[in-house]
Every structure is written in C-alpha cells, then in structure tokens.
Design a protein around this ligand. Structure first.
Ligand SMILES: C[S@@+](CC[C@H](N)C(=O)[O-])C[C@H]1O[C@@H](n2cnc3c(N)ncnc32)[C@H](O)[C@@H]1O
Length: 272
C-alpha cells in the first residue's frame, strides 16, 4: 500500500488519551510464550505514540520504535521521557524500509494494529531475516467479535453506531484514509502470515479490560485517533463536528461517563 503522510493527520495527540489499552495480561502472555528475560532486542513497527514500545521495553535490553509519522514518534519520545524509559531508540521510517532502517537481530518484532498498513508479505519476509533463531513476530490488536462481552460496570456504552453515523454525515459513507479511501485488504492477517516463511500463526488471547471508562473528551479523542476520523479530514468543520458529538454524548450520558469494551487482546504469534 502506498504510504500517505496524512493517514493520521492530527491524530497523534489524541492517541494515548483516547485509545483503550491492551490487556493488562499482555506482558505475562509474551513472557510465558517467548521466555522473555530482559535480554535481546525488541522492534515495534508502526509504533504510533509508543504504546507497545514503552510498555514492553522493560522486557528487553534495548527497544526500537519505528513509525513514518513524525508526530507519532514525538509522542512516543515524550511518553518514554515521562516514564523514564531510556532503552528505546526511535526511527522515523516505513516498515517497507526494513531491514535498513532498523537492522536486527531482534528477539521480538511486534505490530500493534499496524501490520495492515504495510506491504504485509514483503514486510514479514524482511522481518523473518531480522529475528534471531527462536525469535518471533507478533501481531497485536483488540478482538471483540466472537469474544464474550462482559457486563457494563454501570455507565452506558459509547454509542459507537451513532457517532459513526455523525462522522459519515461530515465525511461521507466511504471510509476515508489520508487523501484517499481506506484500502481493501486482499488477505486476512492470518493468511498473509501463513504465506510467508513464518507459516500460519498461533492465535492467543488475553482478557481485555472489562471496566474501561471514558469521559466525553476521551470518546472524542478515541475517534480523532483513528485514521477514518482523523482531525485533518474535517478541515474547517472540525469544531462543528466536535460540538455535535459532545451534544450527542451529553444526551446519552448526562454524567458524561461511558463504558467501552475494546475486546480481548489478540496476539497472532509466529516463530522463526
Ligand atoms: C493504529 S496505529 C498503531 C499504533 C500502536 N502500534 C498501537 O498499538 O496502538 C497505526 C500506526 O501505523 C503507522 N503506519 C502507517 N503506515 C505504516 C507503514 N507503511 N510502516 C510502518 N508504520 C506505518 C501509522 O503512522 C500509525 O502510527
């Protein structure tokens, strides 16, 4: 897929605040599956604002966060500084520039909701040559479909259908991405991996957070952090959209608190 630097235009500052976190059990799952012991190197491809880079850095000697969006990398650096994590280097590049942009070897190369943005098969093949023997590639994301949804801890669920409708009333019904429309995926992530030297992945789940709450600005940031509703797409109607969304959300929850269920955290794992 051709990279467009505006895919996440204006989204970076909303990302950490708006996106629900991955499962609290993610570290334990990776330690158990991969025998992580603080040694080796970690590469986080399409790291965005360093969600996984910063969170997993303590499981490795050194880590690299790689992303082509300078605003995302700036957010990652900021988070690492705030959390006093000094073992990360940041690389401004596309996955397709691997291995040159961030040469191996790595014990783990992860893609957190980012593999589908890349030329999947070519990138996975490049990664195969970059991981050490026994090393792994992991695709990490949220999976709600087919997973048991927990009950709400009380507040109403984010009215996603209504907000998506509002987004469409501003941006049209075709899902946008950068200056164009969102790409159609030819292969599932599983099939893409299965067609590489890594072979078919093992799919493992770690329970998602069942009581994740967002306030109204958090819900807005959640949408602004996504490519199909990134701030740049709204142009000079951004504030109109934000106000309409706030009004809708105030109607649905006068207390201004919402529950979100991102799903369980799915890890698709392949080993070399
Ligand atoms: C949904 S965000 C994921 C951020 C983070 N990894 C996470 O787990 O939340 C997708 C990221 O992929 C990046 N991206 C888009 N195209 C890419 C490419 N060709 N190579 C590497 N990263 C890319 C975007 O800039 C964005 O930061």
């Amino acid at each position: 897929m051709r990279y467009d630097p505006t895919f996440y235009g204006g989204a970076a500052v909303h990302y950490r605040y708006g996106r629900p976190p991955y499962s609290p059990g993610l570290e334990a799952l990776l330690v158990e599956e991969l025998g992580l012991d603080g040694c080796g190197r970690f590469l986080d491809v399409g790291c965005g604002p360093g969600i996984l880079t910063v969170r997993l850095a303590h499981l490795f000697e050194a880590s690299v966060g790689l992303d082509p969006d300078p605003a995302m990398i700036a957010e990652g650096r900021r988070a690492a500084e705030e959390q006093e994590v000094a073992s990360i280097s940041w690389v401004l590049a596309r996955a397709e520039e691997l291995p040159g942009a961030a040469p191996g070897p790595y014990r783990l190369v992860a893609f957190g909701q980012s593999f589908y943005w890349t030329d999947e098969i070519a990138v996975a093949e490049a990664v195969y040559d970059m991981v050490e023997p026994g090393g792994a590639l992991a695709l990490i994301g949220h999976r709600a479909e087919g997973r048991a949804q927990p009950p709400s801890p009380g507040p109403p669920r984010i009215p996603h259908d209504e907000i998506r409708e509002l987004v469409q009333s501003y941006l049209g019904s075709t899902r946008r991405a950068g200056q164009g429309v969102a790409p159609v995926q030819a292969l599932s992530l599983r099939d893409a991996l299965a067609s590489t030297r890594f072979g078919a992945p093992r799919v493992i789940f770690s329970p998602g957070i069942s009581n994740h709450l967002e306030d109204i600005e958090g819900v807005l940031s959640n949408y602004f952090s996504m490519s199909f509703a990134a701030p740049h797409l709204f142009g000079d109607r951004l504030e109109d959209f934000a106000e309409e969304a706030r009004e809708l959300l105030r109607e649905r929850s006068p207390e201004g608190v919402f529950w979100d269920w991102p799903g369980d955290t799915e890890v698709m794992l392949v080993r070399k």
